[in-house]
Design a protein around this ligand. Structure first.
Ligand code: PMP
Length: 382
């Protein structure tokens, strides 16, 4: 449907619901009308469906099903981790957080731990500085280390395995926001992180549902209180259709990943970037020397026009693109991610993000390139 209206290059903001996920949602509405906490059979059936979904997710991530808490999405999961860190707060112990995290981590971190929040630097290429982390862990032990799996703006893949290893070595818990990783790359192994967040709508599931993998069953402090759901870790009636739909989407993506289709899409991305550099003098790819998600291209466009004008012009030509993180779009604040990479506010003001999906075709990228060249030509004439 979306395809008819616009060619969609904003999958990092949200991705259309997959047919499998839609079917699973509708089916769950029919099959599991009960509240999982209710004492009757319909309640038990709904509860059993949730348990089964927990086991399926745990299989993908390789973790204990009981460590999974269903949430309303990554924003809630992320807030929950910071709330826990603040509630557990040992005075004087810091939380170290990468400077390129999503605002749903950085803002609660600053608000709840105003004096205990230390930023982990990133390299100019957009990757978290693991050397800095290891050197500093050898000197002091923070209460928690936070570094995401892949950045939503630049698509730069982060060294979460190395971060996990360093944290293990020094006995420090590690929280990884895998919202942009899951569904684009295999989820296996992510369950080894002490805390892990994910969100269905980034990989073809519905909006408003996600999860948090957390450690130490029974010791997690609830952010939402007023019910004993999720072992007392998150109050509120569980979203059974949402959870089952999320799992259907995730399993579909995992099986696509198994078919090796990501490699072809990575090749398209390389070709698009090459063409973009050649045909738009002055354009630059952000994080180009690093490994990046196969679906994401963040480009600094030639100087001629402000980036919102690019978005508007491309929209009129039938392409939905973004200026970066959806949450920061629309207000003219320089991106904290690009700032952390050492880019100036003026450079950040030229950034456009093109994020494709599994269903995006090579021809869609080619048409986008043509449109970009057309806009650049009209910009030059003005
Ligand atoms: N973390 C990252 C890395 C994200 O990209 C997003 C969505 N932009 C979020 C968290 C928030 O996710 P949700 O929409 O599920 O609240």
């Amino acid at each position: 449907m979306l395809r008819n209206a616009l060619i969609y290059f904003d999958h990092n903001a949200t991705s259309p619901v997959l047919p499998e996920a839609r079917r699973a949602w509708l089916e769950a509405c029919d099959r599991f009308p009960g509240n999982p906490s209710s004492p009757h059979r319909l309640g038990s059936r709904a509860e059993a469906a949730l348990s089964e979904a927990r086991a399926r997710l745990a299989t993908i991530l390789a973790c204990d099903p009981m460590d999974i808490v269903w949430t309303s999405g990554a924003t809630e999961s992320n807030n929950m981790v910071l709330y826990n860190a603040a509630a557990a707060g040992s005075p004087g112990r810091e939380v170290w957080v990468s400077s390129i995290e999503h605002p749903s981590i950085l803002e609660p971190c600053r608000a709840l731990l105003p004096d205990a929040c230390r930023l982990i630097p990133v390299r100019p290429s957009g990757v978290v500085d693991v050397e800095w982390l290891t050197e500093n862990l050898a000197r002091t032990r923070p209460a928690l280390v936070i570094a995401l799996a892949a950045n939503n703006e630049t698509g730069v893949i982060q060294p979460w395995k190395a971060v996990l290893e360093a944290c293990r070595r020094f006995g420090v818990p590690y929280f990884c926001d895998a919202t942009q990783w899951i569904g684009k790359l295999h989820g296996s192994g992510l369950g080894a992180c002490d805390f892990l967040s994910g969100s269905a709508h980034k990989f073809g599931g519905p909006r408003g549902v996600g999860f948090l993998k957390c450690p130490e069953r029974g010791r997690t402090v609830a952010l939402l209180r007023g019910g004993s759901q999720e072992d007392g870790r998150r109050a509120g009636t569980e979203n059974v259709p949402g959870v089952l739909s999320m799992l259907a989407a995730m399993e579909r993506r995992e099986s696509t990943l198994g078919s090796g289709e990501a490699a072809a899409r990575l090749q398209w991305r390389f070709e698009v970037e090459q063409e973009l550099r050649e045909s738009l003098p002055g354009a630059r790819i952000v994080g180009e020397q690093e490994e990046r998600l196969w679906n994401t291209v963040m480009a600094l466009m030639p100087e001629a026009d402000c980036r919102h004008r690019w978005v508007v012009k491309l929209d009129k030509m039938g392409f939905a693109v973004s200026t970066g993180s959806a949450c920061a779009s629309g207000k003219e604040e320089a991106s904290h991610v690009l700032k952390a990479m050492g880019l100036s506010a003026a450079e950040s003001g030229r950034a456009l993000r093109f994020s494709s999906g599994w269903e995006t075709r090579k021809e869609d990228w080619e048409q986008l390139l043509e449109a970009l060249q057309k806009v650049a030509r009209t910009n030059r004439k003005r």
